[in-house]
Design a binder for this molecule. Structure first.
Ligand SMILES: [Zn+2]
Length: 208
C-alpha cells in the first residue's frame, strides 16, 4: 500500500481528556515496581472514552461484540464527507447529495471538529435519526463521527445508534477531523482486543 502521509485523527488520552457526562473518567496511576525496577501504569477508563469504536452490543441486546467484528471492516478505503454546514444534526439530505454506495466507510466531518475537544459541548452535532436510517439502508461498512456520541445528548431517540448497530455497522466516535479535508483516504482503525466488549478504544489514522 502506497501513501504519502499518515493523519492521526485520534484524540490524546490523559486524565484531562473530556469524557461524555456520566462515563467513567480516565485515571492513570504510575506504579514503580520494586521487583523489576521498571515503570508500569494502572489505567482506569470507560470503554467509550476518547477515540473508540461502538460494537453492536453497545445498543443491541445480544449483539456482536468488538471481538466478533471482522477486522477487514476497519482497514480500507474510506470517504470523509463535509457536513460542517449542518448546524444541529447531519441531515439525510446532506448525505443524499453524496451518492454513497453500499460497503463504503463513511466519516462525517461536522462543525464539532472546528470546536475541538477542549471542553464538553452538550449541543454537539449528531447524526439525525433519518440520516442514520439512510446509511443503515445503504448498508455502509462503518460510520464515524467527530464527537463522543453519534446521537443527540439527552434524547430518548436512540435510533442513530440502534439502526446502524442492528445492521452490524460499527460506529467510530471521538475522531478529530479538524485537519482533514473532504475526500478519499485509507482508514486504519483497529479496536483493542477486549474480548466480548461493547466498545473499545482505537488508534485511528487516515492514509493518503
Ligand atoms: Zn461509544
Amino acid at each position: 500500500m502506497k501513501y504519502n502521509q499518515i493523519i492521526d485523527i485520534s484524540i490524546p488520552l490523559s486524565e484531562s481528556t473530556i469524557v461524555y457526562p456520566g462515563n467513567p473518567k480516565i485515571e492513570i496511576e504510575e506504579i514503580k515496581s520494586e521487583a523489576s525496577k521498571s515503570i508500569i501504569s494502572k489505567i482506569t477508563s470507560g470503554s467509550h472514552n476518547g477515540t473508540h469504536i461502538d460494537a453492536p452490543r453497545h445498543g443491541i441486546k445480544n449483539g456482536k461484540s468488538i471481538t466478533d467484528l471482522p477486522l477487514g471492516t476497519f482497514i480500507g478505503p474510506c470517504r470523509v464527507i463535509d457536513c460542517t454546514t449542518d448546524s444541529e444534526s447531519v441531515l439525510r439530505q446532506t448525505l443524499e447529495l453524496q451518492t454513497i454506495q453500499q460497503g463504503e466507510r463513511i466519516l462525517l466531518k461536522t462543525a464539532n471538529s472546528l470546536r475541538g475537544y477542549k471542553e464538553f459541548y452538550p449541543d454537539f452535532v449528531y447524526l439525525s435519526p433519518k440520516g442514520a436510517q439512510y446509511l443503515a439502508k445503504l448498508e455502509v461498512a462503518l460510520v464515524g463521527i467527530d464527537y463522543l456520541s453519534i446521537k443527540q445528548k439527552g434524547s430518548q431517540d436512540n435510533r442513530p445508534h440502534t439502526l446502524l448497530l442492528k445492521k452490524n455497522i460499527p460506529i467510530i466516535e471521538g475522531i478529530d477531523l479538524s485537519q482533514v479535508a473532504e475526500g478519499n483516504y485509507i482508514l486504519v482503525a483497529l479496536p483493542l482486543k477486549y474480548v466480548g466488549m461493547d466498545g473499545a478504544p482505537a488508534r485511528v489514522v487516515l492514509l493518503n
